[in-house]
Design a protein around this ligand. Structure first.
Ligand code: UDP
Ligand code: MG
Length: 311
């Protein structure tokens, strides 16, 4: 019998976890032809999440769990899940039921009966989300798709069923700065997209503030595009061109009209403008340098405090 590994990153999900477990169990019962394995990744939760996971693992032997020594972020939790899953397929699901388990049979059908390596979901509405956030989200997807070779789909969720081939490809990308949406797009493979309406989380709160999302989008751009680096060179060329034109203009004007001393304000403006552009370019360089720095340290992506698969 084939096996599906359900990977669930959990950070402070004590309210939603039992509800999630109920739902996924219903789905499991409907899918007789496959064997299920659960991997709950406790991402350094500060509430009762780990205790709940342990209780569930007591009664359900299909549950494996790993608990991090601190909060390493969802990306690290996803990686830990992939590393430790044994399924022929793996599916990523949030613990808050925003990724409805009832779609799973349909996703499995697609992957079984067609030549797909992954079945992914995207929400077509952003109901229940602040409008300004939706606006920035759209902008982000437009920009990143222009400047990177990873195909990143607007509204794509991490809810995705994948074949072993694809799991191994993801694991082969062992980079420290992980941006899963980009990784999924970058490795390629045939993907079937399923669309659904946005669902609000059942309980608890989202861990994403606007600022965190902004930082995350910058991470995405840094991880999958080097266009910002080229921007510095382009700006350099543009300013060089402008200054040549200006110099010629000033020389000619001085020769024709005399009066070389004028234009203090314009000079001041130019100095601040060019200073600004230079700092911006150095800033961009710095961003990439800092990522490279962290990457070269080869720190582990997560640190486990305990797990239940060696006992
Ligand atoms: N999550 C995690 N580590 C974190 C933040 C979130 O493992 O540092 C998990 C969280 O428990 C949930 C999933 O990632 O299962 C999605 O988080 P959330 O619902 O807050 O994000 P949203 O759905 O609002 O994008
Ligand atoms: Mg959520």
């Amino acid at each position: 019998m084939e096996k599906i590994s359900v990977i669930v990153p959990c950070y402070n999900e004590q309210e939603s976890l039992p509800l999630f477990y109920n739902e996924i169990k219903k789905t499991e019962e409907k899918m007789h032809s496959v064997f299920f394995e659960y991997i709950f990744v406790d991402d350094g939760s500060k509430d009762g999440t780990l205790a709940i996971i342990k209780e569930l693992a007591e009664i359900d032997k299909k549950i494996k769990y790993i608990s991090f020594s601190r909060n390493f972020g969802k990306e690290a939790a996803i990686y830990a899940g992939f590393q430790n899953c044994q399924g022929d397929y793996a599916v990523l699901m949030d613990a808050d039921l925003q990724d409805p388990p009832k779609l799973l049979p349909k996703m499995y059908d697609y992957i079984k009966n067609n030549e797909y390596d992954s079945v992914a979901t995207r929400r077509v509405t952003r109901k229940g989300e602040p409008r300004i956030r939706s606006f920035f989200a759209r902008m982000f997807y437009k920009i990143i798709n222009k400047i990177s070779d990873a195909d990143i789909v607007d509204g794509a969720r991490d809810y995705r069923l994948m074949t072993r081939r694809m799991i191994d490809a993801i694991l082969s990308m062992s980079e420290y700065n992980r941006f899963s949406k980009g990784i999924f797009g970058w490795i390629g493979f045939n993907t079937k997209w399923i669309e659904y309406e946005n669902i609000e989380r059942v309980a608890g709160e989202t861990k994403w503030s606007f600022w965190k999302l902004f930082r995350y989008s910058i991470e995405g751009i840094l991880a999958f595009s080097i266009v910002p680096l080229q921007l510095a060179s382009i700006m350099g060329i543009v300013f060089f061109g402008i200054s040549i034109v200006l110099i010629v203009f000033l020389i000619v004007r001085t020769l024709v009209f005399g009066d070389p001393v004028a234009g203090w304000p314009s000079l001041a403006c130019l100095i601040t403008l060019i200073g600004g552009v230079q700092l911006l370019s150095i800033g961009i360089l710095g961003q990439y340098l800092s990522k490279t720095y962290l990457e070269t340290k080869k720190r582990p992506i997560y640190i486990s405090r305990e797990e239940n698969w060696d006992d």
